[in-house]
Design a protein around this ligand. Structure first.
Ligand SMILES: NC(=O)c1ccc[n+]([C@@H]2O[C@H](COP(=O)([O-])OP(=O)(O)OC[C@H]3O[C@@H](n4cnc5c(N)ncnc54)[C@H](OP(=O)(O)O)[C@@H]3O)[C@@H](O)[C@H]2O)c1
Length: 251
């Protein structure tokens, strides 16, 4: 059985990705930050509906000093649950969003965005690399905002541009181990990103749908299916790519 680690699997795109992988018979270690309950519900669904083993671990991507301990916990769980000392797929999905005008931006907010969305996945991947199988796969959740320039996202967009750029570097450096590394770039997706911005402001949704060629904003399964395919053998000759998954947002 293949095993995937999905960061930010308690909610939104990561939750949907964990479920999509489970549907395909893949065991899942998912991480949560604040929503342990959300993680537990996903694990229950994976085990009860798809018959795969799954477990959840706490992870805060902005706390790089904890990654050594996290890696040890992963090692322990791989051995206890799957009798393995390695895993196959890493989905660097956990992240934070939310806008703030450039003129108001504090160093603390800047660090929070960059540490969570770029520095965290960067060093987490480094910590987990010895456990990733040769021939393994990595998918990073970037964003359309790395290329477009939505107002108020002057820290978020560049944090994702860094993630996309790093994807290419990592693909080259890990190629000798036959590890493929790709990214997906969602347009707007109906999730809790930005502290539930779409819940608080449902009026934001239609204007974004109006700017999307296919006429709606994305749903988490729209992304999850692409991530699962990118991890699969069907994409065995694809590496170092950032695939926009946006229904034609801002075309
Ligand atoms: N939604 C969009 O429109 C959109 C567009 C482009 C890109 N994206 C990207 O898609 C990814 C998933 O976001 P989403 O839209 O699914 O949002 P979401 O529903 O808010 O889910 C975010 C996930 O990331 C986790 N997370 C947040 N801060 C974390 C931290 N410091 N350390 C570890 N995990 C953390 C959350 O855990 P808890 O809930 O347990 O705290 C949650 O599981 C993000 O990287 C985001 O930037 C989203």
């Amino acid at each position: 059985m293949k095993i995937a680690i999905v960061t930010g699997g308690s909610n939104g795109i990561g939750k949907s990705t964990a479920l999509e992988l489970g549907k395909r018979g893949i065991g899942v270690i998912l991480t949560y930050r604040n929503h342990k309950q959300g993680a537990e519900e996903v694990i229950q669904t994976l085990e009860a509906h798809y018959g795969v083993r799954a477990m959840g671990l706490h992870l805060d991507l902005s706390q790089i000093a904890t990654f050594g301990q996290f890696t040890q916990e992963v090692k322990t769980q791989l051995a206890e649950i799957w009798q393995r000392n390695s895993f196959d797929y890493l989905v660097n999905n956990g992240g934070i969003g939310g806008g703030m005008p450039f003129s108001d931006m504090s160093e603390m907010y800047f660090d929070q965005i960059l540490n969570t969305n770029f520095k965290g996945p960067f060093f987490l991947t480094q910590a987990l690399l010895p456990l990733l199988e040769d021939g393994g796969r990595i998918v990073n959740t970037s964003s359309n905002a790395s290329k477009s320039a939505p107002l108020g996202f002057s820290a978020y967009g560049p944090s994702k541009a860094a993630l996309t750029s790093w994807t290419r570097y990592l693909a080259k450096e890990l190629a000798p181990r036959q590890i493929r590394v790709n990214a997906v770039s969602p347009g707007p997706v109906l999730t809790n990103l930005g502290d539930g911005a779409f819940d608080k402001h449902p009026e934001f949704i239609q204007p974004l749908a109006d700017q999307t060629a296919l006429g709606r904003i994305g749903s988490p399964p729209d992304l999850a299916k692409v991530i699962a395919h990118l991890l699969s053998d069907d994409f065995g000759w694809v590496t170092a790519q950032d695939i926009e998954v946006s229904g034609g947002y801002l075309l």
